[in-house]
Design a protein around this ligand. Structure first.
Ligand code: PLP
Length: 304
């Protein structure tokens, strides 16, 4: 199995926040494991344990061609001595991009399906046809969110984090947010910044809270205005912010999830939306594996 490195929390200081009496720290989940970094480590942990317990020798999962989840699944499966199959949305492009090259290097068997077929990824008939094709496997859904993942992401916060007034995370499928929501104490507020466009996310998270029977002890809030046009979309403001953050704090963010979250948080602080005395914990959920591919696609030179 994956052996985690210890996770550090660093305080980052900036005059604007100090003037407002706000403290900001960042928990470096991005450093937890060189291969399965960030929240994906937590999301996969109990899934792999369950796969092995249930007697599987193969996992199968879905993702886009630059997916952090695909990358982490390949690495984690390898370290657990499991075969992995990645079903990738869209057509093959050669040479493989850095994400898929690394996944394949970790032994993941890569298969491409059309965007149309990809939409069937949760349908029973489609999943059965995959079992006919590949044999039996343990299924991990796209983005990795399920009961086991939530059990894992609950462990992101520990007893040292109880004094923070606000915890921030970015939201993709919401699995990380759900685990954190089940862990926060009654004096904490969880802020989730959606990296997807649309207010559907409020309903989506609420119905997942119900589905997994999570009733948070503290407050939860979803911010839906920092998506920068939608999933995977960026603009020069965001790119400049990520560069500024790196120069200022020597911490790399990626613009798909963490960059949008931290941008949103700083904007909220600037606009006095967080009270004096707030002690904020930013969760750096990782994702830096995607930067090489990102720079290549967008012609940027963001730090890795
Ligand atoms: C996958 C991912 C997220 C989103 O996690 P969910 O549990 O799907 O909401 C956030 N940040 C990074 C870096 C990720 O790779």
């Amino acid at each position: 199995m994956l052996i985690p490195q210890s996770i550090t929390t660093e305080k980052i200081s900036y005059p604007l926040w100090e003037n407002k009496g706000i403290e900001v720290s960042i928990k470096r989940l991005d450093q937890i494991h060189e291969l399965a970094s960030g929240n994906k480590f937590f999301k996969l942990k109990y899934n792999l344990e369950k796969a092995i317990r249930d007697g599987h020798d193969t996992i199968l999962t879905f993702g886009g061609a630059y997916s952090n989840h695909i990358y982490a699944s390949a690495a984690a499966a390898k370290s657990a001595n499991l075969h992995s199959i990645g079903i990738i949305r869209g057509e093959e492009t050669l040479p493989l991009n850095p994400t898929l090259a690394a996944a394949s290097g970790h032994g993941m068997s890569i298969h491409y399906i059309s965007r149309e077929e990809y939409r069937k990824k949760t349908e029973v008939d489609f999943l059965l046809s995959l079992k006919e094709k590949f044999g039996n496997f343990y299924l991990i859904p796209e983005g990795g969110t399920n009961e086991e993942a939530i059990k894992g992401t609950k462990e992101i916060l520990d007893e040292n984090d109880g004094d923070f007034t606000h915890i921030t995370t970015s939201i993709g499928t919401g699995g990380t947010f759900l685990g954190l929501a089940s862990k926060i104490n009654d004096s904490q507020t969880l802020l989730g910044f959606s990296s997807l466009k649309g207010d559907f996310i409020h309903h989506d998270i609420n119905s997942q809270l119900e589905k997994y029977k999570i009733s948070p002890k503290g407050n939860t809030q979803i911010l839906d205005e920092y998506h920068f046009g939608g999933y995977g979309k960026v603009n020069s403001d965001l790119i400049d912010f990520v560069k500024w953050f790196y120069l200022e704090f020597d911490i790399a963010l990626e613009p798909i999830y963490t960059g949008k979250m931290v941008y949103g948080l700083f904007d909220m602080i600037k606009q006095d939306q967080l009270p004096t005395g707030s002690k904020i914990l930013i969760l750096h959920t990782g994702g830096l594996q995607g930067m090489a591919g990102f720079n290549h696609r967008y012609g940027t030179s963001l730090p890795l």
